[in-house]
Design a protein around this ligand. Structure first.
Ligand SMILES: [Zn+2]
Length: 437
């Protein structure tokens, strides 16, 4: 049986991964022989306005057909399995009701149960739904329809928007994947300052980067693998394998008590949300890769927010690099005629593409005008005004306008990909250090 949960947290606390882990701990405790496997954390479209925090849904699979503790007698075994299945569902729903933050307007939990047969039979439908939910806007109605089509047992609370994440999450194909080891705090520490020995994290980073990543920001000598809110997570170690996140965990020195930890398989850091699109095809809340030519030099407003316009022949769009990230400086150095490929998406401002990564495909040449040197005196001549030629201040020699020289100015950008620094990245954004994989 597959069990999926979503939208149980709020900006004020909780976390669907925590709830999932609590449920798993309860199930493992009650049914020690039940194979619960590794839970999955699937991030969906980060541009969706209704998301609580990271727009991440969780699901896990339990192998509820095999268990040595069940009776050998066929009829008896079937009865036991049925009872156990019912009990597992009851536990899941109890935990969901107990821990979800219902009072938050944006928290609309849902959970679903799907048996193995229906999962296998309908995976294509689920995968199609995932591909939409990770990169576009999905409605609750679309999700309801999909849930019915695949015969899922669905439980929705409040408006039940979480059903979108439950189905989207289950449909993830993990074409590329990473792992996150989540360390949870004890309840009495929720909301208090997080305490980890900073140097132990840097030491781990030095040894294990780039197999584990996004733990620290080297330039600012800051830890970035800890959230800041009241949620139960102390830190999350992200990496390419189970081994590396376990090893990283063993190297950390915690200065507060830990409740427990759990590793999730996840689509984080895979760029799964980015679909190549023409600018004319972009809709609000889309996550996409677009390509085009800069048609307006960048403009900067307060806080360093930088805007420029590109066109790909089908339409043009304003692109934004916000002041919190280093991409604003890359964007500011673009000029007209540069060709770029941009990863990002459209959030609340309908006509603005927010950039996650900038790839420079081609840099335009830029020149500065240089007045000629007087052949007699070897000094730079002065312009006589626009299109009026030049005169030497010393010997009064005059030269025509066409003696002006154009000198190419070296560009301070390279033909490469620029990304947001650790700590400001979106969960789904693939870091450059993962590109070789
Ligand atoms: Zn002269």
């Amino acid at each position: 049986m597959f069990i999926a949960l979503d939208d149980t947290d709020s900006t004020e606390g909780m976390c669907t991964t925590y709830l999932t882990t609590l449920i798993l701990r309860k199930l493992r405790n009650k049914y020690p022989n039940l194979n619960t496997g590794m839970p999955n954390l699937v991030r969906l479209n980060p541009n969706i306005p209704y998301k609580t925090r990271g727009n991440g849904a969780c699901w896990f699979h339990i192998d509820d057909n095999n268990d040595n503790n069940l009776s050998n007698e066929k009829k008896e075994k079937e009865k036991e399995m049925k009872l156990r299945k019912k009990d597992i569902k009851t536990i899941v729903l109890e935990f969901l009701k107990k821990y979800s933050l219902f009072e938050d307007e944006n928290t609309n939990p849902a959970c679903l149960f799907l048996d193995d047969k229906n999962f296998d039979k309908n995976f294509e439908i689920l995968n199609k739904f995932y591909k939409k939910a990770v990169s576009q806007l999905c409605t609750i109605e679309e999700a309801d329809e999909t849930g019915k089509k695949i015969n899922a047992e669905v439980y929705k609370f409040k408006n039940g928007r979480g059903i979108i994440g439950c189905l989207g999450g289950l449909g993830c194909d993990f074409a590329d994947l990473t792992y996150e080891l989540l360390v949870y705090r004890t309840e009495e520490n929720f909301g208090k300052e997080r305490k980890i020995d900073v140097e132990s994290v840097f030491k781990m980073h030095e040894l294990l980067y780039p197999e584990t990543f996004d733990n620290v920001n080297e330039e600012e000598h800051k830890l970035v693998f800890m959230p800041h809110g009241k949620d139960p997570i102390l830190c999350g170690i992200r990496g390419n394998s189970v081994d590396v996140v376990n090893k990283a965990f063993s190297m950390l020195k915690f200065r507060e008590e830990i409740s427990f930890m759990q590793i999730f398989r996840t689509n984080q850091h895979t760029d799964a949300h980015l679909m190549p699109k023409k600018i004319s095809e972009l809709k609000q809340y889309d996550a996409a890769i677009i390509e085009g030519t800069v048609i307006e030099n960048p403009k900067r407003i307060e806080k360093g927010h930088t805007f420029f316009k590109i066109s790909d022949g089908t339409a043009n769009i304003t692109c934004a690099a916000y002041g919190v990230t280093c991409l604003k400086n890359i964007a500011f150095n673009l000029v007209k005629e540069d060709k770029v490929r941009l990863c990002g998406g459209i959030e609340s401002h309908k006509d603005t593409f927010n950039i996650e990564k900038i790839e420079i495909i081609e840099l335009a040449k830029i020149y500065k005008k240089e007045n000629p040197i007087c052949p007699n005196c070897k000094i730079r001549m002065k312009s006589e005004g626009k299109d009026k030629g030049f005169q030497c201040k010393k010997c009064k020699l005059r030269l025509k306008n066409d003696t002006v020289r154009f000198i190419e100015i070296p560009r301070n950008l390279k033909q490469e990909i620029y990304e947001v620094e650790p700590g400001h990245r979106r969960h789904l954004s693939k870091q450059l250090c993962r590109y070789k994989i």
